[in-house]
Design a protein around this ligand. Sequence first.
Ligand code: 5GP
Length: 178
Amino acid sequence: MITQEHTIEPVLTPEQIQERVAALASQLDQELKGAEPILLGVLNGAFVFLSDLARKMSLPVQVDFCRLASYGTSTESCGQITLSKDCELDLRGRVVLVVEDIVDTGLTVNWLLRHLRARGPKKLKLCSFIDKPERRETQVDLDYVGFTVPRGFLVGYGLDYNQQYRNLPGVGELKFCS
Ligand code: 5GP
């Protein structure tokens, strides 16, 4: 894997993120009251967001993960989607909250929602840490959004560039040096 020379410009601080995730968690606690929701994280990017969100929620939650492959190169989507790890819990009759890292073109999450609907959940909701609307190719109904960032290739807080930077506590925009 070739890693081009680059810099990272700060976009979201760890403090901003923690404050927003806490607010989302309490909104979810209220709006999903009475349910025992399944938080279904999309690997690998959502692992940090899901773990913070789950620990800030007070509802009894269950956690599962699936993994989709949708990226042709390290920064450009090719629109080809495959499921490389399916979720394992039975979704029939359950309240399921899909937890995504970022929605960009929307192709990946719409494919996943179609796949999950066929499993018969009672309710299927979508929560994305970041909504990046500029390159949207298909309409996505986002129920919960952490932050809207108009554009740029973002890294940190689960988001990677060539598998690097997932462990940064904040989010930055990757800029290639010319
Ligand atoms: P979509 O199908 O919505 O175009 O792409 C969704 C997936 O592309 C995300 O789950 C994420 O893995 C990847 N992706 C989209 N935009 C970015 C970005 O700005 N940074 C990183 N690291 N990944 C992104």
